[in-house]
Design a protein around this ligand. Structure first.
Ligand code: PLP
Length: 425
């Protein structure tokens, strides 16, 4: 199955970098008046991440979390390399099925599903679905009796910046009852899942959750559920700057798997990584479309180069209703990079950055000391691939930035190699 062609990408020959591609696009735009914000999706980075995942977590099959970034060339590359998919909704299942992926490679990983979506999953051949409560089991028994259910358990203390337990997961002391209910409803429960939350600061939470999952596997045998699947969720960091590295988490996971689900235990282990794959693969280029200078009445100076007499307001052509939507919520103000590096002697002014809409909440950054910038200047933001494009809106009529997809010949070779391996397996 060919999901995607080499010709769907801008091929970056040896020595040509993503930054070169950005410069090229900016130079071309600078010849015209169209200076729309744009994104570059570096698919080589996604291929590298996939290879690293397979090497570092050799027993774990990735099921990419589509919710994180659902652009078609990206999911097609992942399909080509043999990844499975974690879909949260009917629309995500439709997307993955439409590109031609076998429904066995999909887990419908949303514990609370609309009845019509459960029926849709049944008619589409998607069998693996998660649950964490009794009423969901009743809905499934009536609308998808052949489903293979995965019990999502709560984590003890996820210690993450975005705690999933507030909304999802069955506490351990409810699991026996849920497994018994499933048995009485004639519903098969094939495994356990968890998600440690986004920005998890303690890798031991993975070990604790794997140990908890093991307890639930034992409980399941009391009710003759034959469990064969452990789903360790997402929460893996997307950049090397993260406080806890992917490798540290992987070491903890591998050792916990060896203890609780050793090789030969007939348990398939999957994960639902989202940001790990895409965060660092996308870069945003935004243009300054308007500027306002305000004289300061009561100047306050902080540092030699800082000029206290005026402050600057810069209006960009992307904002919190676009690429910056969840970014500010998840990571705080992202770090800006000047496309043209200003001279270090230039005075600095108190500056704020705003999105293009008429909403005063549409602010990207404040209290920044920046050299004076001009209308038409470009700013770059790296690491914008996760929970950005998917959460963009067209508020005020501003459309999300166009995405240019880049790939290198070497990475394309790796894709084809992984594809052959997957097809032979
Ligand atoms: N799986 C589930 C059920 C999720 O809710 C999420 C994120 O919300 C993910 C996977 C992906 O998480 P991450 O992007 O942290 O890997």
């Amino acid at each position: 199955m060919d999901y995607i062609q080499e010709s769907d990408f801008t091929m970056m020959e040896e020595g040509f970098t993503v930054r070169d591609l950005i410069d090229k696009i900016i130079n071309e735009a600078s010849q015209t008046e169209e200076r729309d914000a744009f994104l570059v999706g570096d698919m080589e980075e996604v291929v590298k991440k996939h290879l690293h995942f397979l090497k570092t977590l050799p027993r774990v099959k990735p099921f990419y979390a589509v919710k994180c970034n659902n652009v078609k060339p990206l999911v097609k590359i992942l399909a080509e390399m043999g990844s499975g998919f974690d879909c949260a909704s009917k629309a995500e299942i439709e997307l993955i099925k439409e590109i031609g992926v076998n429904p066995e490679r999909i887990i419908y990983a949303n514990t609370c599903k609309q009845i019509s979506s459960i029926k849709f999953a049944a008619n589409s051949g998607v069998q693996m679905m998660t649950f964490d409560n009794e009423l969901e089991l009743v809905k499934v028994s009536e609308n998808h009796p052949k489903a293979k259910m995965v019990l999502r358990i709560a984590n003890k203390d996820s210690n993450s910046s975005n705690d999933m337990n507030a909304k999802f997961g069955a506490p351990l002391n409810t699991c026996r009852h849920l497994l018994e209910t499933a048995k009485n409803l004639n519903i098969e429960v094939i495994g356990v899942s968890f998600h440690v939350g986004i920005g998890c600061l303690d890798p031991q939470i993975y070990a604790q959750s794997i140990a908890d999952a093991h307890l639930v596997f034992n409980m399941a045998s009391e009710f003759q559920h034959k469990m064969t699947l452990l789903d360790i969720g997402g929460g893996f960091p997307g950049t090397v700057e993260a406080k806890i590295s992917f490798e540290e988490i992987a070491a903890v996971v591998n050792s916990a798997l060896d203890t609780y689900f050793p090789e030969g235990s007939a348990v398939d282990v999957i994960a639902e990584p989202g940001r790990y794959y895409v965060l660092s693969a996308f870069t945003l280029a935004v243009n300054i479309i308007a500027k306002k200078i305000v004289q300061q009445d009561a100047p306050e100076s902080h540092g030699e180069r800082n000029n206290p007499c005026k402050s600057a307001f810069y209006y960009l052509n992307d904002g919190i209703y676009g690429t910056f939507s969840r970014l500010l919520f998840l990571c705080g103000y992202p770090k800006l990079i000047f496309h043209k590096e200003p001279s270090p002697e230039q005075p600095l002014y108190m500056s704020s950055l705003w999105g293009p809409t008429c909403d005063p909440m549409d602010q990207i950054a404040e209290h920044l000391y920046l050299p004076e910038l001009c209308i038409g200047d470009w700013l770059l933001y790296y690491n914008v691939g996760a929970y950005t494009i998917v959460t963009s809106s067209t508020f005020n009529g501003f459309h999300p930035p166009h995405i240019h997809f880049a790939m290198s010949p070497k990475a394309w070779e790796d894709v084809l190699l992984l594809k052959r391996r997957f097809e032979q397996a």
